[in-house]
Write a protein that binds this ligand. Structure first.
Ligand SMILES: Cc1ncc(COP(=O)(O)O)c(C=O)c1O
Length: 361
């Protein structure tokens, strides 16, 4: 029996556009000649940033300037770059509870203290955030504002504006990890965070809209913040990050493949997310979960008395696994939750996974 792993937070092989990528690479090597083989601009090749800005503008439905984009090797590297240039060891940052578990170590490796702020289906607890500002002086608040990992939740417009007002009053930055923003299945999400303030560093990534193996992403922010990162010594010595791959992706966007692929992803994930939600709530009616609106994940509250870690041990014996909630908590709490990803499997396997899970309850 092959294990069904609901922990896989990445695209299925069939959703990686191998043939289109091959065409883009061929076209790139023929058309663009040697440009992308040279050392590059620290901020990323201007031609690429210009095209990326127009792709983002079309999909974000708000103005994006090429001057406000810095090309990175993905959101993870972008986050580390932000820590390097805006924090020092011993500084405090605020982080949503729950949050993306692999980011914790990026922050602690930089010597940062993490202070959790609760977030859930009713949104971010802004009163808690405000009260904690009295005791702490955070450099930034790290948020995954749209289709959160793991919660699937989206910070609504009013909360975004209140958060911006607090950041101005108390002088902290907002680091908005927006890697799921474009995977919108309900078409109701607010604008990306830079739309609301110049105190925001927004992270985007081709990992979620094209392929994680490319290691290509961007930071979107105002020139004052961006110039600070351009002082980076690695950029100074080596030129822009991941220049050659940005050339391949340039052709991928230019040929119209990125827009086409995004449409395919949205259609496929909408179907998968709806199917997983349906199977979960019909086969396991005692769990609590909100209908998915975007991103990759369902965040599932277990019935009283069921512990996620114990459930996982039983689940492994039935051929199914997932990430237990405590992984997403800086305090190792939330063990009454589990995270299920729908990005990797077809609907029939998602159903089989839930049937296996049901045997463990
Ligand atoms: C919220 C969040 N940020 C960042 C990443 C990693 O992005 P990248 O592959 O661009 O480093 C992920 C991947 O799962 C994620 O969920």
């Amino acid at each position: 029996m092959e294990i069904i792993n609901f922990g896989k937070g990445y695209p299925a092989n069939v959703l990686l556009p191998h043939t289109l990528m091959q065409k883009a690479c061929e076209s790139h090597l023929q058309e663009e000649k040697k440009l992308f083989l040279h050392y590059g601009h620290k901020q990323g090749e201007e031609k690429f940033r210009e095209l990326l800005a127009s792709f983002l503008q079309q999909n974000y439905k708000t103005a994006i300037e090429k001057e406000d984009l810095l090309i990175t090797c993905g959101a993870s590297q972008g986050l580390d770059l932000i820590c390097q240039h805006f924090t020092k060891p011993g500084d405090t940052i605020f982080i949503e509870e729950p949050s993306y578990f692999l980011v914790f170590k990026i922050f602690t490796d930089r010597g940062l203290n993490l202070v959790p702020i609760n977030t859930g289906k009713n949104g971010l607890d802004l009163a808690e955030l405000e009260s904690k500002l009295k005791a702490h002086n955070p450099v930034f608040f790290y948020t995954i504002p749209t289709f959160q990992n793991p919660g699937g939740t989206t910070l609504q417009e009013e909360q975004r504006q209140k958060l911006v007002a607090l950041s101005e009053k108390h002088d902290f930055l907002i680091v908005a990890d927006e890697v799921y923003h474009l995977l919108d299945y309900s078409m109701r999400s607010p604008f990306p965070f830079c739309h609301y303030s110049k105190r925001v560093l927004s992270l985007g990534s081709f990992s979620k809209i094209l392929a994680p193996g490319l290691r290509l992403g961007w930071i979107h922010c105002c020139s004052t913040l961006l110039n600070k990162m351009l002082e980076d010594s690695v950029l100074g010595s080596g030129g822009g990050f991941n220049r050659f791959i940005s050339g391949q992706v340039y052709s991928f966007i230019k040929l119209g493949f990125q827009q086409q692929h995004l449409k395919l992803l949205i259609g496929s994930y909408r179907l998968r997310s709806g199917a997983l939600y349906y199977f979960l709530t019909t086969i396991l009616p005692d769990v609590i979960c909100s209908p998915p609106e975007g991103g990759y994940f369902l965040w599932v509250e277990l019935p009283k008395g069921i512990n996620a870690q114990q459930l996982l041990e039983r689940a492994k014996k039935h051929g199914v696994t997932f990430h237990p909630g405590y992984k997403f908590s800086t305090q190792k709490k939330l063990n009454n939750f589990i995270r299920l990803s729908f990005s990797f499997y077809d609907c029939d396997i998602l159903e089989e996974g839930i049937r296996r899970l049901a045997k463990c309850f």
